[in-house]
Design a protein around this ligand. Structure first.
Ligand code: 6PG
Length: 242
């Protein structure tokens, strides 16, 4: 647990650099799926600033997205636009190594299948295999959703497809596309970022009560799961869990 949102950003950015450098050393590239929403923005901004901007292996970094809202990339609610404005526009990642989910697609099911094919090509996986990201960054919704996997959604139960279109009635933008739990389960590292008192109930439900919410179903089978929380988000956890 860290003190506040600013310290989450610093801690998370340093963590990303460490995982990125280790991945490049071990496998020659860093495959990352970015979280959307507002929380990660400050973390992404840190990556585009000194000293971390010089420590990241940008030319070996391949950027994917954990989910996307059903909007075009220039839309203020686009997760791609948030990441682009926060760091992608400012760092030397080759454009062909940034893989945007096409939230603007008329047919999000087809766009989800296209993205799954793109993942398989990038990772060299065959049908039925799941890409293993070096890092998946995730946030948690106040209802315990993760990426665009919302409580009660049939997509939470997806065991085969790696990417799926979602109709999330509870979300401000219901039409979405998301990576599925098998991808999160296969990851080498999953890092959750949670900031603010409004997340405290969901964090407690997942980390202390074991309530079966989508965020609590992210369990890397052969990888590390970390939560970077600030004091308000951790405020309902028993002291031993902070
Ligand atoms: C999205 C995100 C979503 C997000 C949580 C937390 O597209 O909405 O992927 O899963 O991580 O809703 O969002 P905040 O960081 O804005 O609280």
């Amino acid at each position: 647990m860290v003190a506040n949102a600013a310290s989450i950003a610093e801690e998370a950015a340093r963590r990303i650099v460490r995982i990125a450098r280790d991945a490049v050393k071990a496998r020659g590239r860093f495959m990352v799926a970015l979280a959307g929403g507002a929380t990660p923005r400050a973390t992404y901004a840190h990556l585009s600033q000194h000293p971390l901007v010089d420590q990241m292996p940008w030319t070996r970094t391949w950027v994917f997205f954990g989910d996307e809202r059903g909007v075009p990339p220039e839309h203020p609610e686009s997760n791609y636009r948030m990441a682009y404005d926060a760091f992608l526009a400012k760092v030397p990642i080759p454009a062909e190594q940034i893989f945007r989910m096409r939230g603007e697609a008329e047919d999000l099911d087809a766009a989800a299948s296209d993205y799954a094919r793109l993942l398989a090509k990038a990772f060299g996986t065959r049908r039925g295999e799941v890409p293993r990201f070096d890092l998946v960054l995730l946030g948690i919704g106040i209802d315990g959703h993760v990426a665009s996997l919302f409580p009660g959604s049939p997509v939470v139960k997806e065991i085969f497809r790696t990417v799926a279109a979602v109709h999330a009635a509870a979300a401000a933008i219901p039409e979405r596309m998301t990576l599925t739990l098998p991808v999160f389960t296969a990851a080498a590292h999953v890092v959750f970022l949670a900031s603010g008192a409004e997340k405290a109930k969901a964090v407690k439900a997942v980390l202390a009560d074991g309530t079966l919410l989508p965020a609590g179903m992210v369990m890397p089978a052969d990888g590390q799961l970390e939560w970077i929380l600030d004091r308000p988000a951790a405020s309902l956890l028993p002291s031993r869990r902070r």
